[in-house]
Design a protein around this ligand. Structure first.
Ligand SMILES: [Zn+2]
Length: 295
């Protein structure tokens, strides 16, 4: 992205940091000037000049917001459902940093009993909708796609040998159910995106989902948080350090709303990761804002 323009963006950013105060005072002065122009235009020249001052206002606004929004790159934080233990805390971290993320939702068993798409979670999901995040399907039952057989795909529960062979219609229903339940709870449909449990795909799963209107979203190697890895072998600080060193522009980050197996949870460090990436000049966006969503 913007390969040729990187240097300019970087320069813009450095300059903005060095002259932060000047920018602030410029913004305040611009606001006052715009206010004066409005009053002046109203009093003396009527409609024509008012239109002119509006154009000036827009120009100033674009200039100022452009300066504030200079990003060294954009990364896409995605959060798959899990046991939901830290769901509120993670939402608070996102809010604190004003980060818009993308949630992939399956009806998963939760720590407090019930499942992540029960009515009991309606308030949680509504609040996330109000914050302006993006949402995709993570299947309803969170089973795994384990190979194709003719015009079907094998869909198998975790640690089981056998499951169901889904045809295109059945797979579509499996993706649509979280969508319907989410819409009934929040009034908003999911975005037309999905993520296979464990990221495990087959050609039929991709094809059936696309025919059903859902595009698959994977994640980047550098963006794999490791929140599902054993903490004995993958300590939190080392995982975050590695990500801060390796994440690049355009990367898709993978985290979960609660992991059953990890002893020392990684999620409190999401705060540090976001701070660190922002300090490096990265901005965060929803996957639906991604210029080239790939599988
Ligand atoms: Zn999952």
């Amino acid at each position: 992205m913007r390969r040729g323009g990187d240097w300019l963006w970087n320069r813009g950013r450095v300059q903005m940091n060095a002259h932060k105060r000047e920018y602030l005072s410029l913004a305040i002065r611009a606001q006052s000037a715009v206010r004066f122009l409005r009053i002046f235009a109203k009093a003396r020249f009527g409609r024509r000049l008012r239109a002119c001052s509006s154009a000036l206002i827009c120009g100033f606004a674009a200039l100022l917001s452009g300066a504030a929004a200079a990003c060294k790159g954009t990364v896409y934080l995605t959060l798959d459902t899990g046991h939901m233990g830290p769901a509120e805390e993670i939402a608070a971290i996102l809010k604190k940093h004003d980060v818009k993320a993308t949630f992939f939702l399956a009806n998963e068993k939760t720590l407090r009993g019930g499942a992540s798409l029960d009515r009991a979670w309606a308030g949680y999901w509504k609040a996330r909708v109000e914050e302006g995040h993006a949402f995709g399907s993570h299947t309803w039952r969170h089973w795994y796609f384990r190979g194709d057989a003719g015009e079907r795909v094998n869909y198998v529960p975790w640690a089981k040998a056998k499951g169901e062979a889904l045809d295109a219609q059945a797979l579509c229903a499996e993706l649509k159910k979280p969508d319907e339940v989410f819409k009934a709870m929040t009034g908003r449909a999911l975005d037309p995106i999905w993520r296979a449990p464990g990221g495990k795909l087959t050609p039929n799963a991709i094809k059936f989902a696309e025919a059903c209107g859902y595009r698959h979203v994977a994640w980047s190697d550098a963006g794999f948080s490791g929140d599902e890895l054993p903490s004995e072998r993958f300590p939190s600080d080392a995982l975050i350090k590695k990500q801060l060193a390796n994440i690049r522009d355009g990367d898709i980050l993978l985290w979960h709303l609660g992991i059953w197996s990890r002893k020392d949870a990684l999620w409190p460090k999401l705060d540090d990761l976001i701070s660190g990436l922002k300090a490096k000049g990265f901005c965060f966006a929803r996957i639906t804002d991604h210029p080239r969503r790939t599988r």
